[in-house]
Design a protein around this ligand. Structure first.
Ligand code: MLT
Length: 254
């Protein structure tokens, strides 16, 4: 992977393909490899930028708390480095929270938004408390309990569960702690929807147990020009469970 220094961290990324630029952001606690199977389906249409978000994969992080806005600022810095002024951006789950922060902070830089297994709502108080509890547990005992709890929730497919477990085990505790706190404190983006005059694509598995499909339907209800794809039988990893439909939907962001 290529690497740049930005905001006190080293940010790793891959650049592939030619066409309109599209940034693909992974979710928690994963890295850019979740997109491996859709990259071949998209690289003739887009110039793809695939970063590892701060702390994950080959990117480093800082040992302090940081808001979701810092993840978005890392992406803006990467785009500056690459000479890309405006781009489409699609995020999976936590990557969607980063994409929403990017849309709020840099509205002039976004030409299309994809929300994959994500949501615009902030955490309710009990979920927020759960994140802080998990962050403390990771600090004291390591990432094991989060990995165990999440593995079967990603997808019912045992092969993809094995992928998810192996991927989750790669990242250091600091990445988990930083991201858990950033997710807990993220802003509600409901009011941002009205400002989205560009194409919006919402892709969601109808069997997602981590973020229920209702969150995607609510985005569609609030934003009639959004294109909603409900991936039948898919869990929280539609880019692997239903890669063709996911890629076809993302092509609307050209
Ligand atoms: C993710 O997949 O990024 C997380 O499950 C999102 C979340 O916990 O809200």
């Amino acid at each position: 992977m290529e690497k740049i220094g930005i905001n006190g961290i080293e940010l790793a990324y891959i650049r592939r393909g030619t066409g309109t630029s599209l940034v693909l952001l992974h979710g928690f606690p994963l890295d850019h490899h979740i997109w491996d199977e859709v990259v071949p389906l998209l690289e003739d249409t887009f110039e793809l930028i695939l970063p590892d978000l701060r702390g994950f994969g080959e990117s480093t992080t800082v040992n302090s708390s940081y808001p979701m806005d810092d993840f978005a600022s890392d992406i803006a810095g990467l785009l500056d480095h690459l000479g890309i002024q405006k781009t489409a951006i699609a995020g999976h789950s936590m990557g969607g929270y980063v994409a929403l922060a990017f849309a709020r902070l840099y509205p002039e830089r976004i030409s299309g938004l994809g929300l994959v297994s994500s949501q615009v709502l902030a955490d309710p108080p009990d979920r927020r408390e759960g994140r802080y509890k998990s962050a403390t547990e990771v600090a004291e005992k390591g990432i094991g309990s989060v990995v165990d709890a999440m593995t079967t929730k990603f997808t019912p497919d045992p092969n993809l569960q094995a992928f998810a477990r192996e991927n989750m085990e790669k990242h250091p505790p600091a990445a988990y702690i930083g991201a858990l706190k950033a997710m807990a404190e993220r802003k509600d983006s409901t009011s941002l929807l009205a400002s989205m005059k560009y194409p919006v694509v919402v892709i969601h598995g109808d069997a997602d147990v981590l973020i229920p499909i209702e969150r995607a339907r609510e985005v569609k209800d609030a934003l009639p020009h959004a294109h909603l794809v409900e991936a039948a039988g898919a869990g929280h990893l539609p880019m692997m469970e239903d890669k063709v439909q996911t890629a076809d939907a993302l092509k609307r962001l050209t």
